[in-house]
Design a protein around this ligand. Structure first.
Ligand code: ZN
Length: 372
């Protein structure tokens, strides 16, 4: 038994829109040298590289996967969306929605990315692996059923969860989304359903704008099974760990999931160009430790992390490496070169007290007894 690491080099060949920094090039924005993409392959490739040079990869069960098949995709996406996407892909590329650009073969690469998530969940549910990390690219949590969104072209995590429900007759799956942006796609897909609990921790009103308010808690039969935990910009390490302790842990204990899936963006890191949250590698390690403990307590350790965002070429690898080490229960000699620098920038007492008070208030609204 082991921790699986699902990866395929071809996912790093996906080509999105040309950006300068995090802004689409064009108009007043001069193109940068090197056709830099905001959702570039480099941060993800460097995760894989760091795992290899640290020796951690040798302790993981490294696997690939088949592209997700039509049956799996169709549980989430309508036929006309898939046909439109496939036709554009065959024609050299295009866009299937806001920040939804792709190059030649983008559809096949996206299906492969989804396939990694599906295979990771399946291997954990069959007991072939203890837990798993799916190194998906393009990501998935912003994607809507009929529209790509926010660099996400297929809803990787939602498709993997739907496949698990179909194959294993699950009645309670929890998706914990700690990508720094709101998991609006996952929310939209499961908003009306009680069999999937979605919890999104995100920087308040970062992306998409006007999305992910704490008051959005699902609808119909899904009322109460969709939680949003917006965090103040700059909240840092404490904001995330308090959110896990005050909201996520009691929500999961009340729900008692049979499987926990993490939408594992690492863009809450302090150096990320697409957010302002000041988390560091030890934040991610501690978050994974909490998620793992909850999975052990509630669902026999069945835990799958599916990669989402993370855009700092230098810092994403250290943050992802720390949480993958924690998932696998191993430690290497890798040291975070900016940990001291980021720890020194954590918010002061007044900000920390305010963020904590907001989380305690939300926990009370949800009838979770706030613990000291
Ligand atoms: Zn993100």
């Amino acid at each position: 038994m082991a921790t699986g690491f699902f990866h395929d080099e071809r996912t790093l060949w996906h080509f999105g829109a040309i950006h300068t920094g995090n802004i689409p090039a064009g108009g007043w924005v001069q193109p940068s040298n090197g056709n830099f993409m905001a959702e570039a392959p480099d941060p993800k490739r460097r995760i894989v590289s760091l795992l290899e040079v640290s020796g951690v990869m040798a302790k993981l069960d490294r696997r690939g996967a088949e592209p997700a098949d039509d049956e799996a995709l169709r549980r989430v996406h309508p036929r006309d969306y898939l046909d439109r996407f496939a036709a554009m892909s065959a024609g050299g590329g295009g866009s299937v929605g806001p920040d939804g650009s792709f190059g030649p073969g983008g559809y096949d690469i996206a299906r492969l990315s989804t396939g990694l998530a599906v295979a990771a969940v399946e291997a954990v549910l069959t007991g072939a692996l203890d837990n798993a990390y799916a190194m998906t690219r393009p990501p998935g949590h912003h994607c809507l059923p009929d529209q790509g969104y926010g660099f996400c072209l297929l809803a990787n995590g939602a498709i993997a969860v739907e496949a698990a429900i179909a194959r294993h007759q699950l009645s309670r799956v929890a998706i914990l989304d700690w990508d720094v942006h709101h998991g609006n796609g996952t929310e939209a897909i499961f908003r009306d359903r009680p069999d999937v609990l979605t919890i999104s921790l995100h920087q308040d009103n970062c992306y998409p704008i006007n999305s992910g308010a704490a008051s959005e808690r699902g609808s119909g039969r899904g009322e109460g099974y969709n939680l949003n935990v917006p965090l103040l910009p700059g909240g840092g390490d404490q904001a995330y760990l308090n959110a896990l302790d005050l909201i996520v842990a009691p929500a999961l204990r009340r729900y008692r999931p049979e499987l926990i899936v993490i939408a594992s963006g690492v863009d809450a890191n302090a150096l990320d160009p697409l957010a302002r949250m000041l988390a560091h590698s030890e934040t991610f390690r501690a978050m994974m430790a909490r998620a793992k403990a909850l999975a052990d307590e509630l669902c026999g350790g069945r835990l799958v992390a599916i990669h989402e965002g993370g855009y700092s070429e230098v810092y994403v690898p250290f943050c992802a490496h720390a949480l993958i080490e924690e998932l696998a229960g191993v430690r290497s000699a890798v040291a975070d070169p900016v940990l001291e620098f980021v720890r020194a920038q954590q918010p002061g007492d007044a900000m920390r007290a305010l963020q904590r008070r907001l989380l305690v208030e939300q926990a009370e609204t949800l009838d979770f007894a706030a613990r000291a």
